[in-house]
Design a protein. Structure first.
Length: 123
């Protein structure tokens, strides 16, 4: 049961089309969006399946952390998004995107979380 990706030159959209068998694959299927018959078949992206241990090792040894400015909320939000993609969004919960967006904006009220704390307050 193959799924092929096509691009329609008429509506300029990428479409994934499911065929029930290899014999059912059409040379030029109709675009589900606009009905156009001039679809161009694309090479689909591939994915590499990694064990959870390997993914965690890759995250822990990531050189990406060197580029992160921990004092810049936007930089931290970019890093958190990247790590979230690596971990898989199912494991992070439904509020993850909202929390990362707020972090990138400086917190839920536009302020840097903990921004009103002094160094003495942390002791």
């Amino acid at each position: 049961m193959p799924i092929y990706e096509y691009r329609c030159p008429d509506c300029r959209k990428r479409q994934s089309i499911f065929f029930r068998s290899f014999a059912a694959v059409e040379a030029s299927p109709a675009c589900p969006g606009c009905g156009g018959r001039h679809m161009t078949r694309l090479i689909s992206r591939t994915a590499q399946v990694l064990s959870e241990d390997t993914r965690m090792e890759n995250l822990a040894g990531s050189a990406d952390m060197a580029d992160v400015d921990e004092n810049d909320p936007k930089s931290m939000a970019r890093w958190a998004r990247k790590m979230g993609q690596q971990m898989g969004e199912d494991e992070l919960g439904e509020d993850f995107e909202q929390v990362v967006d707020e972090m990138g904006e400086g917190g839920p009220d536009g302020q840097t979380p903990g921004g009103d704390l002094q160094d003495d307050d942390l002791e």
